[in-house]
Ligand binder design. Structure first.
Ligand SMILES: Cc1ncc(C[n+]2csc(CCOP(=O)(O)OP(=O)(O)O)c2C)c(N)n1
Ligand code: SF4
Length: 258
């Protein structure tokens, strides 16, 4: 294990591990791979990978990644982004990269809070949850990053948790092989801020909580067909379709101009 800045029990190291396992299994050429991130605990990941990387500005990882991919379409571009980085300050970049179907893989590590800056409320913070800026509980409805990616039209979307390593690695592999915008959201424990402020116990208790508070999409769809519903967060492969990506469309367009 590398020495990292992550707190004991933090899930970010697991997500980094899952991602590197997927890359290794697919035999992806690290000389043709660029890892891009914004700012946050989760955005520190590219710094631990022996490959080219861009540790950019808070919220701007997807914008930088778009630039890299358009400048050199041969590169595989992988973004690591926090739920705040991706859904708050970076929300517009997220929406428009999906709309354009830029061929990048975005791995969003969702710990439901701003971890790096001391546990402030994030757009993903569940209702009633405590953060340092919502000490009496959050009254804002949270955004669902994966469902947002789905409705904007991302050709590949999956959500897992750090308690689902095998499934998560398989989905990251599918994401890396998809041409177009692929999005993998991983629910990840932040015992130092989210877990502590909400009295959720140890990192192990948080992991158990992820198993109990999520439902696989196949089971969820069966429940819906039976007229039942649930408050649990839906996990699994949520979208897997083919859709022409921006670079391909652009190349064709330039060819037609000549
Ligand atoms: C333009 C700008 N605004 C605010 C900040 C302060 N800031 C740094 S990280 C961060 C939030 C981190 O939360 P998230 O993206 O969810 O990542 P995590 O640390 O939880 O992994 C904020 C607000 C900044 N660095 N730059
Ligand atoms: S503050 Fe939270 S997200 Fe950041 S390293 Fe610590 S446990 Fe992980």
């Amino acid at each position: 294990m590398l020495p990292t800045i992550f707190c004991t029990g933090c899930g970010i190291g697991s997500v980094m591990n899952f991602s590197l396992r997927a890359i290794h299994d697919l035999n992806i050429d690290m000389n043709k791979t660029v890892f891009v991130s914004g700012i946050g605990c989760s955005s520190r990941v590219p710094g631990y990978i022996y490959s080219d990387g861009l540790h950019s500005l808070h919220g701007r990882a997807i914008a930088y990644a778009t630039g890299v991919k358009l400048a050199n379409p041969e590169l595989k571009v992988i973004v690591f982004t926090g739920d705040g980085d991706c859904g708050a300050i970076g929300g517009n970049h997220f929406l428009h990269a999906i709309r354009r179907n830029v061929d990048i893989t975005v791995i969003s590590i969702n710990n439901f809070i701003y971890g790096m800056t001391g546990g402030q409320v994030a757009p993903t913070t569940p209702l009633k949850s405590k953060t340092t800026t919502t000490p009496y509980g959050n009254i804002e409805y949270p955004i669902d990053l994966s469902m947002t990616a789905k409705v904007i039209g991302a050709p590949y979307v999956a959500r897992w948790t750090t308690a689902h390593p095998v499934q998560c690695i398989n989905s990251i592999k599918k994401a890396l092989q998809k041409t177009g915008f692929s999005f993998v959201e991983v629910l990840s424990p932040c015992p130092t801020s989210y877990g502590r402020l909400n009295k959720m116990g140890t990192a192990l208790d948080l992991t158990k909580h992820f198993k109990e508070s999520t439902i696989n999409v196949k089971l969820y769809e069966k429940m819906l067909a039976e007229g039942k519903t649930t408050d649990k967060m839906v996990i699994g492969d949520l979208v897997d379709i083919e859709k022409e990506d921006f670079n391909t469309k652009y190349k064709k367009f330039c060819g037609e101009l000549k």
